[in-house]
Ligand binder design. Structure first.
Ligand code: PAF
Length: 281
């Protein structure tokens, strides 16, 4: 597995693959891999000849009071895990490579980013779409792979690719969960044992939502109330948002119809976790 730190190096690597007629899959990550990341890499390997993983903790998508400095990092472990699933190259640039002195160009998807995580984390999605655009421009992949756990991010990236006619396919894969249902996330390592137990309320409330919809409930207010009640009965859980919206436009709904997402963001101490379920009714 090749490890590249500069844009020139990764471009040369991808250029050689392309010259040999190979297709390229990209898995953008911020590292500290778990099974969710590995599932994206395996799928990329199935679908493309060559897999490039980008490992970059992007400062542009963190707010001033967020966890950029504490974000978990373990480069050696990540490299071993990526090599073991057959990744061909890792691109892991320094900040000055991505954002040189005088950097002043940003990519922004409007509307879709004003709600949910966009509301709680101002500027977050502008940071994501800017870095993802740069990674797409640097690697020029045929396909790029993202997880549904970050459902709003996936919808925003799909919209950006469509609106800006970017020449690649975005592939979204289902959320990978721990044995007890907790969605895998690099941030789970921040949780104490008690918070880890409390955090199961996310999956429990999403399962209750899905069951109620399957039994015919269509009232978004009632369903939102049910999930909020479940979450707030856990003393350590502080909901940031509990929303039921239409997909892919993330418009508010009174009555469930068509594609819908139930999306949650909940704080456990300083750790903010997100999860969601997407259904067609
Ligand atoms: O989902 C992530 O890990 C990040 O938001 C991404 C897409 C790698 C951009 O930094």
């Amino acid at each position: 597995m090749h490890i590249h730190r500069t844009i020139a190096e990764i471009r040369q690597f991808v250029g050689q693959c392309r010259a040999a007629g190979q297709t390229v899959g990209l898995v953008p990550t911020m590292g500290y891999f778990h099974e969710g990341h590995l599932t994206l890499m395996r799928e990329a390997k199935q679908k493309c000849d060559v897999v490039v993983v980008t490992l970059y903790v992007n400062p542009l998508q963190f707010g001033p009071k967020e966890d950029l400095a504490q974000y978990p990092r373990d480069f050696e472990r990540d490299c071993t895990m990526a090599r073991d699933v057959g990744v061909d190259a890792i691109f892991t640039p320094l900040d000055q490579e991505m954002y040189p002195q005088g950097f002043s160009t940003f990519v922004e998807v409007t509307g879709l980013t004003d709600i949910l995580c966009g509301q709680s984390r101002p500027g977050h999605f502008r940071g994501v779409t800017t870095v993802v655009t740069k990674l797409f421009n640097i690697v020029a992949p045929d396909q790029a792979f993202f997880g549904q756990k970050d459902a709003q991010q996936a919808l925003v990236i799909q919209r950006m690719v469509r609106d800006l006619n970017m020449n690649l396919e975005v592939v979204i894969l289902p959320t990978v969960r721990e044995h007890d249902g907790l969605a895998m996330s690099s941030r789970n390592v921040y949780l104490t044992e008690e918070q880890r137990r409390d955090a199961l309320v996310l999956y429990r409330s999403l399962c209750a939502f899905r069951a109620a919809v399957q039994q015919g409930e269509r009232d978004a207010g009632k369903l939102r109330g049910m999930m909020t009640d479940m979450i707030t009965t856990v003393p350590g859980a502080q909901p940031d948002y509990v929303e039921i919206l239409a997909v892919p436009d993330l418009q508010p709904l009174e009555t469930l119809q068509g594609g819908i997402i139930a999306a949650l963001a909940v704080r456990f101490g300083k750790t903010r976790l997100i999860d969601n379920v997407i259904m067609e009714v």
